[in-house]
Design a binder for this molecule. Structure first.
Ligand SMILES: Nc1nc2c(c(=O)[nH]1)N(C=O)[C@@H](CNc1ccc(C(=O)N[C@@H](CCC(=O)O)C(=O)O)cc1)CN2
Ligand SMILES: Nc1ncnc2c1ncn2[C@@H]1O[C@H](COP(=O)(O)OP(=O)(O)OP(=O)(O)O)[C@@H](O)[C@H]1O
Length: 190
């Protein structure tokens, strides 16, 4: 969809500028652990899906460590290219990343021998979001397809405040988030 691709371009650039303007010492303090308001959405012992963040994405390392320390299994997406579906596999070493390898688009993901697992709560990267929980992703349809195929999943968008937009172009396959978390706000739970 043309309108979405144009918006992705603008919003990726806005995100790059936003992140570049955050001093490193401040950035290190952000997204260290999920806000208390999310705890109702996260059943005890649930498998938690996160992602391995690229440079400008909301960082996930703090959440990964937090959930592992709280007794949850953490799973990360694994995919071969933009057109094939993604799956999730267990990640146990956030300190060294010894169980990860670099895949398509330079994204670190679980190696082939990591056990396939299903997330029950899924933190989702995004390019833009609205205050009603609508989300614009990378355009591969990976998360939209996965969430359509796993309807019980609690989906929580993770992004920077600069990624908020008034409205997004929508298509019937777009999957709404149950909540969106930023360094300053929790939108939802809806
Ligand atoms: N960190 C991370 N992992 C993820 C995703 C994501 O958005 N972020 N995904 C989300 O679905 C899945 C991978 N799917 C992807 C689909 C398309 C592109 C993509 O088109 N990338 C752009 C480059 C973006 C940029 O760096 O500005 C491209 O190559 O044109 C990336 C990932 C699963 N893992
Ligand atoms: N449930 C689905 N079944 C089949 N194809 C789908 C489904 N959901 C999305 N797609 C396809 O995926 C492609 C990308 O969709 P869209 O532009 O909405 O992606 P996005 O929301 O930005 O990406 P993502 O969900 O990966 O972050 C579209 O061609 C769309 O038709």
């Amino acid at each position: 969809m043309k309108e979405k691709s144009a918006l992705r371009k603008t919003m990726r650039a806005a995100r790059r500028d936003h992140v570049a303007a955050i001093p490193d010492m401040v950035r290190a303090l952000l997204f260290n652990q999920p806000p208390a308001g999310l705890s109702n959405l996260i059943p005890e012992g649930a498998n938690i899906g996160l992602y391995h963040a690229t440079d400008d994405e909301a960082p996930t390392n703090g959440y990964i460590k937090h959930f592992l320390e709280s007794g949850h299994k953490v799973v990360l997406p694994r995919f071969t290219d933009a057109s094939s579906p993604m799956e999730f596999a267990e990640h146990t070493d956030p300190f060294e990343g010894s169980d990860l390898e670099t895949g398509a688009f330079g994204i670190r993901q679980p190696t082939g021998d990591a056990a396939k697992e299903q997330p029950e709560v899924l933190f989702v990267p995004l390019i833009a979001y609205t205050d009603a929980g609508h989300r614009l992703g990378q355009g591969g349809g990976h998360y939209d397809r996965w969430l359509a195929d796993h309807p019980g999943t609690v989906a929580i968008g993770m992004g920077w405040d600069s990624q908020l937009v008034d409205a997004l172009p929508t298509e019937p396959h777009d999957q709404p988030m149950h909540a969106i978390v930023t360094p300053t706000r929790l939108y939802g739970p809806f």
